[in-house]
Design a protein around this ligand. Structure first.
Ligand SMILES: NC(=O)c1ccc[n+]([C@@H]2O[C@H](COP(=O)([O-])OP(=O)(O)OC[C@H]3O[C@@H](n4cnc5c(N)ncnc54)[C@H](O)[C@@H]3O)[C@@H](O)[C@H]2O)c1
Length: 254
C-alpha cells in the first residue's frame, strides 16, 4: 500500500471526483478527512466506502469559499486525524452565462470556491507542515479549461487559469520545504457538475466524437493519478499539470 500511515484532506469529497479520490487514497492506506458543504447526505456514503477500505475517515463540514471556514477545516482535520500529509483541493463549482450576462454573485461564487478556497485551505495546510517541519503533497483538481477556452464559462476559466499559475508558483515557493504542488486537469468526467450535459444526449454524442478514447471519464480515472501524485513514486514531480481527458484537449472544438 503506497500511502500507509499518511493522512489526507480532500475538499468537496461528498460525491463525484472528490469521493473517488478519498476512497482511492484510503484503499492505498491513507486515513482521510472528507469535507463538503453538507456532510449529512452524500458524504456519509464516501465515509462508508473509506471505512470499507479499512481506513479511518472523518467528516468535516465547511464552505471553503469562506477563508475563516477554510482555516477551521484544516485545523479540524488535523485535530481529528492527528496531522495531515496530503491535501487535495477538489471542491469546485461552475456557472454558465455569456460573458456579458455574468452576475457579480456568480462571479464571486466561482472565484471564491475554486480559487480563494484553494488558496486559503492550502495556506493553512502549509502553515501546519512548516510548524511540524514535515514535507507534504498538494494536488489541485484543475481542468482542461485552465488552458483551453470554454465560451459561456468565463468565470470557470478564470478560476482554473488562476489555479494553474498558483500551482506553478507554489511549487517554486514551497519546494525548499519539501512540499510538492501539482495539478490534475480532467476533461469530461461523468459527474453531477455535468448534469445538464449528461441529460442532453445529442450534446453527449457530439462530445464523444471529440474524445479520441471514445468515452467520458469516470471519477476513478482521476483518482488513480491523484494516488500516484500523493505517493513516494512522485517524489521528484512538482509544478506540473497532468491531463486526464481521453485525448480531448488535442481534439476540442466548442
Ligand atoms: N466533472 C468534470 O467533467 C470535471 C472536469 C474538469 C474539472 N473538474 C473539477 O473537478 C472538481 C470536482 O468536480 P466534480 O465533477 O466531482 O463535481 P461535483 O459537483 O460532483 O462535486 C463537487 C463537490 O464539491 C462540493 N462543494 C461545492 N462547493 C463547495 C464549497 N464551497 N465547500 C466545500 N465543498 C464544496 C459539492 O457539494 C460537491 O460535493 C471540481 O473542482 C471541478 O471543477 C470536473
Amino acid at each position: 500500500m503506497r500511502l500507509e500511515g499518511k493522512r489526507a484532506l480532500i475538499t468537496g469529497s461528498g460525491r463525484g471526483i472528490g469521493r473517488a479520490i478519498a476512497v482511492r487514497l484510503a484503499r492505498e492506506g491513507a486515513d482521510v478527512a472528507i469535507n463538503d458543504l453538507n456532510v449529512q447526505g452524500d458524504a456519509r456514503e464516501t465515509l462508508a466506502e473509506v471505512q470499507t477500505a479499512g481506513r479511518r475517515g472523518v467528516l468535516v463540514q465547511a464552505d471553503i469559499g469562506k477563508a475563516e471556514q477554510a482555516r477551521q477545516l484544516v485545523e479540524e482535520a488535523i485535530r481529528q486525524l492527528g496531522g495531515l500529509d496530503i491535501l487535495v483541493n477538489n471542491a469546485g463549482v461552475e456557472r454558465r452565462a455569456a460573458f456579458v450576462d455574468v452576475k457579480e454573485a456568480d462571479y464571486d461564487l466561482v472565484l471564491d470556491v475554486n480559487l480563494k478556497g484553494t488558496f486559503f485551505v492550502t495556506q493553512a495546510f502549509v502553515r501546519h507542515l512548516r510548524a511540524e517541519k514535515r514535507p507534504g503533497r498538494v494536488i489541485n483538481i484543475s481542468s482542461v479549461h485552465e488552458e483551453m477556452p470554454f465560451p459561456g464559462f468565463s468565470t470557470y476559466c478564470l478560476s482554473k487559469g488562476g489555479m494553474q499559475l498558483l500551482t506553478r508558483d507554489l511549487a517554486v515557493e514551497l519546494g525548499p520545504n519539501g512540499i510538492t504542488v501539482n495539478a490534475i486537469a480532467p476533461g469530461a468526467i461523468a459527474t453531477e457538475i455535468n448534469r445538464a450535459l449528461l441529460d442532453d444526449r445529442p450534446r453527449v454524442e457530439r462530445l464523444l466524437k471529440q474524445i479520441p478514447l471514445g468515452r467520458m471519464g469516470k471519477p476513478e480515472d482521476v483518482a488513480g493519478l491523484a494516488a500516484f501524485l500523493a505517493s513516494d513514486d512522485a517524489d521528484y514531480i512538482t509544478g506540473s499539470t497532468y491531463y486526464v481527458d481521453g485525448g480531448l484537449a488535442w481534439n476540442y472544438r466548442e
